[in-house]
Each structure stands twice: as C-alpha cells, then as structure tokens.
Design a protein around this ligand. Structure first.
Ligand code: TYM
Length: 329
C-alpha cells in the first residue's frame, strides 16, 4: 500500500494537525510505503514572505521528524524540489472541471479572507494537491476531515483521466481518523482549530511551552450543565473528550465513564495534563533537530531524489498517453 500526504510549511502546527494528520503519518510508516511532502508551492497561494517560507519548511520538517517520522522508513521531501508536481498539475487541469473547483469549500473560505488579492493559485490549489497524490499512484491519503473534499476531487480527476487516456492513474482512498478528524478551537468550539482562522488562545501549538498548553486547555470554553458527555449541544466538552480519547489512546465512552460525576474543572485538568505529556516530547526533540539546518536540508534532498524517481515515471507515462512531446521521450 502506498500512502501519501502533504502538509503546509509553518512552525505553527497545532493540536488539530497533530491529532488529525501527523499521528496518522507516523503510523503509516508501519502500514506501507509512506511518502510525505511539505507543500511550499501551496503556501504561495496566499500572501507570504519568501525568507520566512524557507524557514517554515525547516520548521515543519523538524516538527515531523520530532513527531516520529523516520527518513529510513518514509520519504519526506519538499514539494518544489520535485518539479513533476507542477507539470502534472497543468496536464491534469485538462481533465479538471472549472465547476468542481468553484465548489471547493476551502477555496471559498480562503478567497473570502483575502483582502488584497484572491490569487488564481488559490483557485488552482486543489489541482496541485491532486497532482501531488496522483504522481505517486498512492492508494491511501491520511488527512483530517477538512481535506475530504480535495481527496474526492483526486478520485474524480483520476477517473476522468483514465476514461479518456487509459488506465494509468490510481483513485486514492481518503483515510480520516475515527476520532479527532476535526479538532475544534478551544475558545470557539463550533469552528475548527486553525492558525489562520481560529483564535490564538483556542489553538494549542505543538511547540507551545507546557504552561502555555495548560493555560489554553484550562481556559477552554465549556458548555452549560456539568456532565462530561458528548452531545450536539455540548461542542466544547465533546471536543475535549475527543482530544483526551486520542491522546490517551482510549475510546470516547471510556473517557465519559471515567469522568461521570466529576465536574468540568477536574476533567479539564486531566485533559491539560494529558495534552502536555503528549506534545512535550515533540517540542523537546524539535529544538535539536531544528538547529541542524544542513542536516534537515540533506534529509529533504535525499527524500526528493527518491520521490522524483517515482513521480517522473508517472509523468512520462501521462505525457505519452496525452500526446505531449515526442513519443517515447
Ligand atoms: P494543512 O497543512 O492545512 O493541514 C495538515 C493536515 O492537518 C489536518 N488538519 C486537521 N485535522 C483535525 N483537526 C483540525 N482542526 C485540523 N486542521 C488541519 C488537515 O486535514 C491536513 O491533513 N491542502 C493540505 C496539504 C496538502 C495535501 C496534499 C494533503 C497538499 N497536498 C496531498 C494531502 C494530500 C493542507 O493545507 O493541509
């Protein structure tokens, strides 16, 4: 089984990214051939600083390695190092419907937030994401709930390509965790946790100091009542139950049973302790890894070489099937 996922470059990766996605990346290394990409080309679809972008790629690489990605057991690389991604984006755009791109909810949300320029890159973003995965003919895409629609688009485009040009591409399956696929903002538990759209205090960063993590969890908005149970009218408590369930590796019902009869205060303290223990080792390992930029660059370059070997074979077949370039080139 080939697994592929991508993540945006930023040093501000949060608990939602960790629980929804990074945890699955680590586990993917035991399940199959795992390929993970830091998507710097996606990052330029919104305003950014060039110098910071390079740094953020290293920040993200160090977070992923600190979380447990092992370059001997997975391929970790920077998207722009494998130019086949951009070429395949254009080739696949020929079988992408403009209407489908218009329906992408992330595009609608992100373009509405742009004050100066809603770039064409933002509109094309999902096609690049489709190319990321189809270039590797990956069968399995571990992501959080917010990426489900993009993976459906991958399936649609692979299907349309195969019908038109022959069975070359693989329709990937989405892999969304059962619990923790959509971690909510601790201050506004009806909105997903996010560094771009969410609240500062409601977003626990993987690199936050333990006392900051504790403060954020302890000040999480809770709901009326005092029962620690999941319910549609209890988005705050439901979110904390999901977080504790994942972090402790137990079922949500087990969490509910354990805290039946205790107040919100005791429950939140337990969540705070558990989250601190969960992310602290990553923060500790991060410092050493991030300090060695040359080492990170070597890891990414070696990853890119292995990735390119796979992606270039796919692009060559796609070009051939589409009548692009001299035959057999
Ligand atoms: P990005 O960098 O925004 O997020 C990385 C991963 O974290 C998940 N995630 C969450 N999971 C649970 N709760 C949350 N609150 C939460 N917020 C984010 C995301 O679902 C994602 O899995 N477009 C992608 C990157 C990408 C990609 C790809 C993904 C580029 N190419 C190919 C898969 C396959 C993105 O912006 O992720």
């Amino acid at each position: 089984m080939r697994i592929f996922s991508g993540i945006q470059p930023t040093g501000r990766k949060h608990l939602g990214n960790y629980i929804g996605a990074i945890r699955q990346y680590v586990e993917g290394q035991d399940r199959g051939e795992a390929i993970y990409c830091i998507v710097d080309l996606h990052a330029i679809s919104v305003p950014y600083e060039p110098v910071e972008l390079r740094d953020h790629v290293y920040d993200t690489a160090a977070i992923l390695l600190a979380a447990g990605l092992d370059p001997d057991r997975c391929i970790l690389f920077r998207q722009s190092d494998v130019r086949e991604h951009t070429e395949l984006t254009w080739l696949l755009s020929a079988v992408t419907s403009h209407g489908d791109l218009n329906r992408m909810t992330q595009f609608k949300e992100k373009s509405a937030r742009q004050r100066e320029l809603a770039s064409a890159a933002l509109f094309f973003y999902p096609v690049l994401q489709v190319a990321d995965v189809l270039a590797y003919r990956a069968g399995d895409v571990p992501v959080g709930e917010d990426q489900r629609q993009h993976v459906e688009l991958m399936r649609e485009i692979a299907r349309r390509f195969n019908e038109r040009f022959g069975e070359l591409l693989v329709e990937p399956e989405v892999r969304v965790p059962e619990v923790g696929a959509r971690i909510m903002d601790l201050q506004e538990p009806t909105a997903k946790m996010s560094t771009t759209g969410g609240s500062e205090q409601g977003t626990v960063l993987v690199l936050d100091e333990p006392d900051v993590v504790r403060k954020k969890v302890m000040s999480a908005v809770t709901d009326s009542g005092s029962d620690v149970v999941r319910a549609p009218d209890k988005p705050g408590i439901s979110n904390l139950i999901e977080i504790l369930s994942v972090v402790r590796g137990v079922g949500t019902q087990e969490v509910e049973r354990e805290f039946a009869g205790s107040g919100y205060g005791d429950f939140k303290r337990a969540v705070a302790d558990a989250v601190v223990h969960y992310v602290a080792p990553v923060r500790e390992r991060y410092a050493g890894l991030r300090g060695d930029e040359a080492g990170l660059e070597r890891t990414l370059a070696a990853g890119a070489e292995r990735a390119r070997a796979i992606a270039s074979a796919t692009v060559a077949e796609v070009r051939e099937a589409m009548g692009i370039g001299a035959s057999g080139s």
